[in-house]
Design a protein around this ligand. Structure first.
Ligand SMILES: Nc1nc2c(ncn2[C@@H]2O[C@H](COP(=O)(O)OP(=O)(O)O[C@H]3O[C@H](CO)[C@@H](O)[C@H](O)[C@@H]3O)[C@@H](O)[C@H]2O)c(=O)[nH]1
Length: 246
């Protein structure tokens, strides 16, 4: 029985998509942590970098020399083209049966989030396992009041208007069955941060089984968030669009 379980795990491959823009100070650490904590899992890391002026890509190339180009793939884009399209680009390079998306800035801690229970859930019952900060056991550390209110407000507004059945619509630690991601991603039109919400709402509307796991989001130590006012405007536009089209 145990051997069968092991064989099943050994067959599954995970593609971990990490979008980066100016993450020179974080990328080596996140790669190190993934390799440290996912020892018994077959995985590849796909870094989608948007021509970061801080030289993130140079660090990724050094990491490829250390870990191998088959384990660290670089999906380089010429300029900042948005978070949503970065995931779409990453998926083109992915060869795994399952896809994990996570931030590069260590706000998602690999040891706590990529646990075996979540991985098993997506291998068996769930189509998507999504990290949530907004249930018992989840939370946020390090944000100021304004940032907390913005995130909470965005979620409450979307819950009220869309009833998606998911508590954290803007979170970006998720595991997808590859076929599900491919199906849902093709119906998404968002380019920026609102993409997270669009993906999960469309998946929910299509009837996919979504499991939530509580996560604690820890704000970054190095570098800065790229979430600006224009992303908030895009979020509101996206909300209206989803209200009308789903
Ligand atoms: N390639 C690429 N990567 C990007 C871009 N914009 C942001 N990123 C990368 O996307 C990740 C998240 O970006 P942050 O700017 O650090 O986001 P945050 O404020 O910490 O994140 C919060 O809001 C996000 C938006 O919904 C959430 O995804 C996240 O979970 C969290 O709630 C980081 O790895 C960052 O480098 C882009 O245009 N292109």
């Amino acid at each position: 029985m145990e051997q069968k379980q092991h064989q099943r795990e050994a067959r599954s491959k995970y593609s971990i998509i990490v979008p980066t823009y100016n993450e020179r100070l974080n990328i080596a650490l996140i790669v190190y942590l993934v390799f440290k904590h996912l020892k018994d899992i077959d995985f590849e890391i796909i870094v989608v970098d948007d021509g970061s002026p801080d030289g993130t890509q140079e660090i990724v190339k050094q990491l490829q020399n250390v870990y191998g180009e088959d384990r660290i793939l670089l999906g380089a884009r010429p300029r900042k083209l948005g978070l949503g399209t970065a995931y779409i680009h990453g998926l083109k390079h992915a060869s795994g049966d399952f896809v994990v998306i996570m931030d590069a800035d260590l706000s998602h801690h690999v040891s706590a989030h990529c646990d075996f229970d979540s991985l098993k859930q997506v291998e068996t019952d769930a189509s998507i396992v999504t990290g949530t900060r907004y249930v018992k056991g989840g939370g946020v550390h390090g944000w100021n009041l304004m940032r907390k209110l913005t995130s909470r407000g965005a979620n409450v507004l979307a819950q009220t208007l869309l009833w998606p059945g998911v508590s954290d619509l803007t979170g970006s630690f998720r595991l997808y069955k590859r076929s599900v991601l491919e199906d849902v991603i093709n119906s998404c039109v968002s380019k920026g941060y609102v993409f997270q919400m669009e993906m999960i709402v469309r998946a929910s509307r299509k009837g996919y089984h979504i499991e939530e796991v509580p996560i604690t989001f820890v704000d970054r130590v190095y570098g800065s968030s790229k979430l600006g006012g224009s992303e908030i405007v895009e979020y509101l536009k996206g909300l209206v669009y989803l209200l009308v089209t789903t």
